[in-house]
Design a protein around this ligand. Structure first.
Ligand code: FAD
Length: 295
């Protein structure tokens, strides 16, 4: 659930585009976020584009976005927590019944009774080295990448939709980011997502090589005459969509007091990540039952 801001005021939600709700537990939380103004329903017109034909999306799926930007939910959840950003954690090591956690430069971050890893499966596999069984499971998860193009135009792009699933194209999804509630509607910002297959075959290309290919695909899919963007940048998501998530909601080694969760456990997408985290939290609280603590 990522957001990037450009100096010219343009704002891009370049990761998750929106989220859907199926599970009542997530629904309850989304209701409270909606009540607090943190989440709104995105009622933009969504279509499917195929060979220059436009087909209205007929599903009645409610699509939600965080406001004013997608990472607002993460910021909200992180309030009052001790969060260290821009810190790459190294695999923790076990010492006298505790976990020692350091960053990749070797600086110590602390000594802990219990560790939860919430990085994507393959990265979690590295961090879970202390528990061979969990490391093996996490490393086995396959996650497809996604090249994202963040584009700002000076003028409105003349199409009659706000988001489109694109067929038979290097692109799989395009959206007018500024059409989402809480964004500045006068700023013409677009997010283009490449398909999993296209991303896979261009994963190691430099970002500049990606710009032109995906912009060409955009003009081709929309049928609009090309205009130069005022700003464009490509972002590579190496781990975007788990293709075969694990059947478990979370992983936990009770002997070693280390666990893992994320959208690669039982359900890809935002709702799956939420449910995995909540289930992991439940397991940890249960394991602390014997500890004299207030929760
Ligand atoms: C391009 C794209 C489009 C998407 N579209 C949608 C959508 O429309 N709808 C939807 O529901 N979902 C969508 N998703 C999926 C959704 O974003 C994820 O399901 C959700 O964000 C997963 O949350 P998570 O907490 O499990 O993992 P992540 O959001 O991947 O968070 C893991 C975090 O761990 C950090 N990390 C990794 N290794 C380390 C380390 N060693 N030290 C410190 N930190 C580390 C990473 O930097 C990252 O911040 C999309 C994802 C992408 C990438």
């Amino acid at each position: 659930m990522a957001t990037r801001r450009h100096d010219n005021g343009a704002v891009f939600d370049h990761g998750a585009q929106y989220f859907t709700v199926r599970d009542q537990r997530f629904q309850n939380c989304v209701d409270s976020w909606q009540h607090a103004g943190l989440v709104q329903r995105w009622t933009g017109r969504i279509v499917s584009l195929h060979d220059h034909n436009t087909e209205q999306d007929k599903s009645s799926t409610a699509r939600f976005v965080a406001c004013p930007v997608m990472n607002a939910i993460c910021r909200h959840l992180a309030e009052n927590l001790d969060v260290r950003t821009n810190t790459r954690v190294a695999p923790p090591s076990r010492c006298q019944g505790k976990w020692l956690v350091s960053d990749e430069t070797g600086s110590e971050l602390g000594e802990f009774d219990l560790v939860i890893v919430s990085a994507p499966g393959p990265q979690a596999g590295e961090l879970l080295r202390g528990s061979a069984h969990l490391a093996r499971l996490a490393s086995s998860v396959k996650i497809a990448g996604c090249w994202a193009l963040l584009v700002h135009f000076h003028a409105r792009i003349d199409v009659d939709f706000d988001g489109a699933f694109v067929q038979d194209s290097p692109l799989s999804w395009i959206a007018r980011n500024s059409s989402k509630p809480g964004r500045n509607p006068d700023t013409e910002t677009w997010i283009l997502h490449a398909s999993g297959d296209w991303t896979q075959s261009h994963l190691e290309q430099p970002p500049e090589a990606i710009h032109e290919r995906l912009l060409d695909a955009f003009w081709d899919a929309t049928g609009v005459g090309a205009v130069p963007p005022s700003y464009v940048v490509a972002h590579r998501w190496r781990y975007a969509l788990p293709t075969e998530p694990l059947p478990d909601r979370y992983l936990f080694d009770g002997d070693l007091q280390i666990g893992a969760c994320g959208d690669w456990c039982s359900g890809p997408r935002v709702e799956g990540a939420f449910l995995s985290g909540a289930a992991m939290a439940g397991r940890v609280l249960a394991s602390m039952d014997h500890v004299d603590c207030e929760v």
